[in-house]
Design a protein around this ligand. Structure first.
Ligand code: HEC
Length: 473
C-alpha cells in the first residue's frame, strides 16, 4: 500500500508543482455520478480510502485520531468530530477537506489528491445515507497463513493405499508415508519451493496443517487439503503434480469417485458458507462449484455408488445430496443436533450414514429421504465415518479416543483398541483388511481390519526407531 502511494506521488509531482507555483488552491470539483444501483461501501468507497488515506489513518498512525480502516471509524471521524454526516455530503469533513475547500486539505500536500470521480462517489455514498458494507459483498476476511510450530504433531488426516501396501499420514504440515506391512517409514512428500509469506524456505507438503487426504482408488494419486489449497501428488514417487488454490478456507474433506475419474473437495469459511467443488481427473478441471449449498463449513463429502451424485455434511447440521455435474439440489436430511462431521454412502445406494458432533451416527434412507436410525456411536463427537468397500459396514472414530466398526443396522461389529487421545482420522483399504487411525497423540495405529488386532504404531519419522517399529499397547 505504502509503495503504491509513493509511486503515485512521483507520477503526480509535476501537476502539483504547477498548482503550488500559482499559490492558489482551487477546490477540486465533484463529478456528478449517474448510477442506478446504490453505492456499495465495500466496493466503491473502501478501495479509495485504502488507496489514498490508509497509510496515515490506520494502525499506529491515526492522524487527527482518525481511523479510516473500518467503516465505523471512517464515519466516526477524529479530533474534529464526525467525518461523515449521513445524507449531508457538503457538511461532511471528508468532502470539505477532500475537495480542498477547507483546511487541513486531505490528503495533505505532496500526496495524490482525490479525483473528481472519487469525490463524486464519496458524495453520492454520503447523500444516500452513508450505508454500511453488506456482509454478502466481496469483502473477504484477510487470513494470514502461518506455519504450524515444529512440535505440532497431531494426525488430522490419513489414507490407506488401495493395494494395502502403504499408509499416508498428514501430521502438522507434513505428509509421512509408511509401509503398511512392516510399519517402516518410506518417505515424506515435499512441495518444492515452498516459502513462508516472509520468504523463508519451508520443507513440508503445505505451509499450513494437512486437514484432509484421499488416495485415488486406482492408486495413482494422493491428494492433500490444507488452508485454501489442495495438492495432488504422484502416489508412487511423491512428486507434486499439481496444486489448486483459491479456496475460501481450509479444505477439510475430499474423496475420489470409485472410478477415480472425479475428485470432490469440501470446506468453506466457518459460519459463512460451505464450499463444494468437483474436479475431473487427471485434467483437474473444475466441473462443479456449488455455491450457498450450506451455510457453514462442509466437513464431509462422498459420492453415490454410481458416481452421479454427491452427499455433503455440514456444520449447519444438514446432510444434503446434489446431482453432478449439474450441481442441482436433490434432497436434504435433517436430524443432527450438532455439526455433521462426515457422511458416507452404502454401496447398494440405498442408505447413507452421517457422523455428528452430537456423538451419534444417523442412518438415512435415501429414497424415502428419512432417518432410519440413530446410533449412539461415541462418547464424544464422531469425527469421521467411512464405508468399507462394498459392505454395509462403516468405520467411525471420535473425540472419545475410540475407533469402531458398525453395520447399518446399528450393531457394533468391532472395536479397534489403543487410542489414548482425540482421534481425527480413520482410513481403510477397500476390502477392509487394513484399517488405520490417527489423532492428537500423533501416532497412526494400523490394525487388522478383520479382527481389530493392533499391528503397528507409526510414529513421526524423527521418533521412529530405525530397526523395528514399536508395538505400542
Ligand atoms: C500523508 C498522510 C495523510 C494522508 C495520506 C491522509 N491524511 Fe488525513 N490527516 C492527516 C493529518 C496529519 C491530519 C491531521 C491534520 C490536523 O489535525 O491538522 C489528518 C486529518 C484528517 C481528517 C480530520 C480528522 C479530524 O477529525 O481531525 C480527515 C477527515 C482526514 N484526514 C481525511 C483524510 C482522507 C479522506 C484521506 C484520503 C483521501 C486522508 N485524510 C489522507 C494526514 C493524512
Amino acid at each position: 500500500m505504502r509503495s503504491l502511494l509513493m509511486l503515485s506521488t512521483v507520477v503526480l509531482a509535476p501537476s502539483l508543482a504547477v498548482a503550488q507555483a500559482k499559490k492558489e488552491i482551487v477546490p477540486i470539483p465533484i463529478a456528478k455520478i449517474e448510477r442506478k444501483e446504490p453505492i456499495a461501501y465495500e466496493k466503491d468507497i473502501e478501495p479509495i480510502f485504502y488507496k489514498k488515506c490508509i497509510t496515515c489513518h490506520s494502525g499506529n498512525v491515526k492522524e487527527g485520531r482518525y481511523d479510516i480502516s473500518t467503516y465505523e471509524g471512517a464515519v466516526k471521524g477524529g479530533r474534529r468530530g464526525a467525518a461523515v454526516v449521513p445524507g449531508k455530503a457538503e457538511a461532511s469533513n471528508i468532502i470539505k477537506l477532500g475537495t480542498k475547500s477547507e483546511k487541513p486539505f486531505m490528503p495533505p500536500r505532496g500526496e495524490e489528491p482525490l479525483t473528481s470521480e472519487e469525490l463524486g462517489l464519496i458524495k453520492l455514498w454520503i447523500d444516500q445515507g452513508a450505508k454500511a458494507p453488506t456482509t454478502s459483498g466481496p469483502r473477504k476476511l484477510q487470513y494470514i497463513v502461518s506455519v504450524p510450530p515444529a512440535n505440532v504433531h497431531p494426525v488430522r488426516a490419513l489414507a490407506v493405499s488401495p493395494d494395502k501396501a502403504a499408509v499416508a499420514a498428514g501430521r502438522g504440515n507434513q505428509i509421512h508415508v509408511y509401509d503398511a506391512g512392516s510399519g517402516a517409514y518410506i518417505r515424506s512428500f515435499y512441495a518444492p519451493g515452498l516459502k513462508t509469506p516472509d520468504g523463508k524456505d519451508v520443507k513440508a507438503a503445505h505451509l499450513s496443517i494437512v486437514e484432509s487426504m484421499a488416495w485415488s482408488p486406482d492408486g495413482k494419486y494422493l491428494v492433500s487439503g490444507s488452508f485454501q489449497e489442495i495438492a495432488i501428488w504422484d502416489a508412487h514417487t511423491g512428486m507434486l503434480r499439481h496444486k489448486i488454490g483459491g479456496f475460501a478456507h481450509a479444505v477439510v474433506a475430499m474423496t475420489f469417485s470409485l472410478d477415480s475419474k472425479l475428485l470432490a473437495v469440501a470446506g468453506g469459511e466457518p459460519t459463512v458458507e460451505g464450499e463444494i467443488k468437483v474436479y475431473e481427473v487427471p485434467s483437474w478441471k473444475q466441473i462443479v462449484d456449488i455455491k450457498n449449498g450450506h451455510s457453514d463449513t462442509v466437513y464431509g463429502i462422498c459420492f453415490s455408488p454410481d458416481n452421479k451424485m454427491i452427499a455433503t455434511g455440514s456444520a449447519d447440521k444438514f446432510v444434503k445430496v446434489w446431482e453432478i455435474p449439474s450441481g442441482k439440489f436433490v434432497k436434504a436430511f435433517e436430524g443432527h443436533t450438532h455439526h455433521v462431521l462426515d457422511v458416507g454412502w452404502a454401496a447398494d445406494g440405498k442408505l447413507l450414514a452421517s457422523a455428528g458432533g452430537d456423538n451419534t451416527v444417523k442412518v438415512w434412507n435415501f429414497e424415502k429421504g428419512e432417518q432410519e436410525r440413530t446410533i449412539n456411536a461415541h462418547g464424544k463427537q464422531v469425527t469421521r465415518l467411512l464405508f468399507i468397500g462394498k459392505k454395509n459396514e462403516f468405520l467411525t472414530c471420535g473425540g472419545d479416543n475410540q475407533v469402531k466398526a458398525f453395520n447399518t443396522a446399528g450393531g457394533t461389529i468391532r472395536n479397534f483398541p489403543g487410542g489414548t487421545d482425540f482421534i481425527y482420522a480413520v482410513g481403510t483399504s477397500p476390502d477392509g483388511a487394513v484399517v488405520a487411525a490417527g489423532g492428537q497423540d500423533g501416532i497412526v495405529r494400523v490394525y487388522n481390519g478383520n479382527n481389530g488386532t493392533l499391528l503397528k504404531s507409526l510414529l513421526p519419522p524423527d521418533a521412529q526407531p530405525k530397526e523395528k517399529s514399536p508395538e505400542k499397547k
